[in-house]
Design a protein around this ligand. Structure first.
Ligand code: APR
Length: 246
């Protein structure tokens, strides 16, 4: 489905020099990956992510949390980037000043071709140990999962940021600086509820950027955004890329 963008939005898109895209689970929904606020599917239907994606849940029941991530890792490995992911890769290819901050851990943006990105909440395809964050690329099979770290013997876990854990490295600072300095901010497929990531579109807006929200549903950003496209990412982003790159 091709959508018509407001002419004023097209002008802003074409004039933009420093573009930031901020994405959440919604951009991967059309790749078949369920969002966090949708009901969990299948065998995990009775759990909420908030009850599984925490250090406490892991310490209480490491096997259950490990197996939930093994299931999610398998689902993510079978998923393919969708037109929304590819549109962002096209925009980066044409705009050296483009920066992508994602909350998603599925690795689909990198697979679509984006390079100037930070994964604020980590990446489900990477595994580390619980006690010292030693990276683990492989491990001996065990009938008592999770497997253990070859260096220190502590339990292995996914390299993602759980609720209550700090974001790691300089990812957040880089994203905050990009948001503060951009002239166009695309907020895509996020409920804009989980901080500190959710502050990024507000940082951009308060620094004078044009803020565009792409989300079929209302979010706390909707009333502040300069433009709201009540569309799926896989529909809106190809139209935005076409308007920018024509
Ligand atoms: N296109 C665009 N947006 C969509 C689509 C779509 N096809 N389908 C759903 N959405 C929107 C929903 O309306 C919702 O606002 O995507 C948003 C998904 O919100 P969440 O499920 O809360 O996901 P997200 O915002 O990424 O969550 C942030 O919370 O659970 C933690 O760490 C986890 O990174 C995650 C963080």
């Amino acid at each position: 489905m091709v959508i018509d963008l407001p002419s004023e939005l097209i002008d802003r898109l074409r004039a933009a020099q420093r573009i930031v895209a901020f994405t959440g689970a919604g951009i991967s929904a059309e790749s078949g990956l369920s969002t966090f606020r949708d009901k969990q599917t299948g065998l995990w239907a009775k759990y909420r992510p908030e009850d599984l994606a925490t250090p406490q849940a892991f310490q209480r029941n490491p096997r259950m949390v490990w197996e939930w991530y093994e299931w999610r890792r398998g689902v993510a490995a079978k998923a393919e980037p969708n037109p929304g992911h590819y549109a962002l890769a096209q925009i980066e290819a044409a705009h050296p000043g483009f920066f992508l901050a994602t909350q998603n851990v599925d690795g689909l943006h990198a697979r679509a071709g984006n390079r100037n990105l930070v994964e604020l909440h980590g990446n489900i395809r990477r595994t580390i140990c619980f006690d010292h964050r030693h990276p683990a690329d492989s491990w001996a099979p065990t009938d008592e999962p999770p497997p253990r770290c070859a260096h220190c013997g502590s339990l292995l876990r996914p390299d993602v940021v759980w609720f209550g854990e700090p974001l790691r490295g300089d990812a957040l600072v880089r994203a905050q600086q990009a948001a503060a300095q951009c002239d166009l901010f695309l907020s895509i497929g996020t409920s804009t509820m989980v901080y500190p990531a959710a502050e990024l579109p507000f940082i951009a807006g308060s620094n004078g950027a044009t803020v565009i929200e792409i989300n079929p549903d209302f979010t706390p950003l909707s009333k502040l955004a300069n433009f709201v496209l009540r569309e799926k990412a896989g529909t809106a982003l190809p139209a935005i890329a076409a308007a920018m790159l024509d």
